[in-house]
Design a protein around this ligand. Structure first.
Ligand code: SAM
Ligand code: SF4
Ligand code: F3S
Length: 446
């Protein structure tokens, strides 16, 4: 039955965000769009009329976490028919309507390419209790993410989707085809964000290096390096970052722009995924170990201060012990600052999931423990060498642990904890590193 609402009736929503930075950006935009419609965000789910789940499908664990959390709303729904849940993002694209059948409190389902229709759908679901599966709404949301989760930093998605089809990966199926956003729109957004207080912007795409490859007409020939140069020139912007780079598309013009502009931070995430040529080929990664090592050398020659991080999957189907050891030796050869490791997780519908030669789950777990142990030592050694040095740090938010500590980042994206008043958040300070661990540095304000 349709409800009558007075214009002054407050409607509350909460946001639960899972997965990668693209989801953080989508959540920031949803936050803006919902506020524009008169909704108020709250951390208190008991007060919420709707809880928006922005979900991830990259590994089974990411989906299981959401499924187990969704169960928590049963009692409230049976008692008072609230809060309703909106299942949004990558998991909604993959299994949204099936999941909604299991959990009747899911009233809205929308894939990443239909988020533009979510605010209206929520309004409708709130007013008349209907179930809405949003389809064909404008891709993304057109508003600038103004009330953000972090005032000093902002994300901008520069390209939606992915066309790479790595054999293990669900992203191209849930995020759709690669499509670059127009440079004019990105620049306008960057200017608005900086005016709103953002000191640092991170440009996002699943493969930022192919940005512009789909442009025709006037814009053909406009590449990622052009965008970097244009965005970094936005007046008032202090730091520009980007992620993710694909090793086979990372070209030297990007290094040239980075070298000539100190606002572009020397931190590069360059996912390698495996150290064996056979596994790389079967993953459809389009580069060899030798080509990857050559790129790392070029980056380090051009930007000696650059921190290079990577993503690595262990236990891809058919990965032998020897091929796994190739990944271990690659970690030792490159000495990354940080590695995001994952045990391979079969994703239904991807080519790798169909293979008969899956590595047993326990063996994948053993390999994961091994690479994590080795990389922890490497990261610890790299960070130890930074003790005594001074860096400019953007102080950011209270550290998750430790009274009176603020967390910040160096230009190369190292996490630094310093004792500083809360009011220092959002400022750039010179910090001397006093001690270090594998994941972060401790420092003192100068
Ligand atoms: N576009 C980036 C790239 O090319 O690496 C990252 C995309 S993905 C969202 C983030 C990371 O999740 C990947 O780098 C990969 O290491 C990991 N990943 C993706 N699919 C996976 C799977 N099926 N099992 C385990 N890890 C996976
Ligand atoms: Fe997935 Fe590969 Fe695309 Fe990255 S580049 S999102 S790993 S398909
Ligand atoms: Fe997950 Fe979708 Fe990002 S699958 S990692 S939230 S693109």
């Amino acid at each position: 039955m349709r409800r009558e609402v007075t214009p002054l009736e407050k409607r509350y929503f909460s946001l639960r965000v899972f997965g990668c930075q693209m989801n953080a950006y989508d959540a920031d935009r949803l936050r803006s769009a919902m506020s524009a419609k008169g909704w108020t965000e709250t951390d208190d789910e008991d007060k919420s009329d709707f809880v928006l789940f922005v979900t991830c499908s990259v590994r089974d664990k990411a989906e299981q976490k959401v499924l187990s959390e969704l169960g928590r709303y049963r009692a409230g729904w049976e008692r008072a028919k609230r809060p309703g849940v909106a299942l949004l993002g990558c998991m909604a694209a993959r299994v949204g309507e099936d999941v909604a059948e299991r959990f009747p409190w899911i009233r809205v389902v929308a894939a990443p390419d239909s988020l533009g229709g979510v605010p209206d759908a929520l309004e409708e679901a709130y007013l008349n209790g209907s179930f809405i599966s949003v389809k064909g709404a404008p891709r993304g949301l057109s508003c600038v993410p103004s009330p953000r989760s972090n005032r000093h930093k902002a994300y901008i998605t520069i390209a939606n989707g992915c066309d790479q089809f790595c054999a293990y990966c669900i992203v191209p199926y849930v995020r759709g085809r690669f499509e670059s956003r127009l440079p004019g729109d990105i620049l306008k957004e960057a200017e608005q964000l900086v005016r709103g207080g953002a000191a640092e912007i991170t440009l996002l795409g699943q493969n930022v290096n192919t940005y512009g490859g789909d442009f025709t007409g006037n814009l053909s020939g406009y590449r990622f390096s052009n965008l970097l140069a244009d965005v970094s020139s936005v007046g008032g912007l202090r730091r520009l970052r980007y992620t993710t780079s694909h090793p086979s598309d990372f070209t030297d013009d990007i290094l040239d722009v980075m070298r000539s502009d100190s606002r572009i931070c020397p931190g590069i995430n360059l996912p390698v995924q495996a150290g064996s040529d056979k596994v790389l080929r079967e993953m459809n990664r389009r580069y060899t170990r030798g080509q990857y090592m050559d790129l790392v050398r070029r980056i380090r020659d051009a930007l000696p201060e650059a921190a290079i991080t990577t993503d690595l999957i262990v236990g891809f189907p058919g990965e032998t012990e020897e091929e796994f050891e190739d990944s271990v030796s690659l970690l030792r050869d490159v000495r990354f600052d940080l590695v995001h490791t994952a045990a391979y997780s079969p994703r239904e519908g991807t080519p790798a999931a169909k293979r008969a030669d899956q590595v047993p789950v326990r063996e994948r777990a053993r390999r994961l423990v091994k690479v994590n142990g080795i990389q922890t030592e490497i990261s610890r050694e790299i960070n130890e060498r930074l003790v005594g040095r001074t860096f400019e740090v953007l102080l950011d938010e209270p550290a998750p642990r430790g009274e009176g500590l603020l967390q910040g980042r160096t230009a190369s994206d190292k996490v630094v904890l310093v004792s500083a008043p809360k009011e220092a958040a959002g400022t750039f300070r010179m910090v001397r590193v006093t001690s270090s661990g594998p994941w972060c540095l401790d420092g003192e304000l100068l």
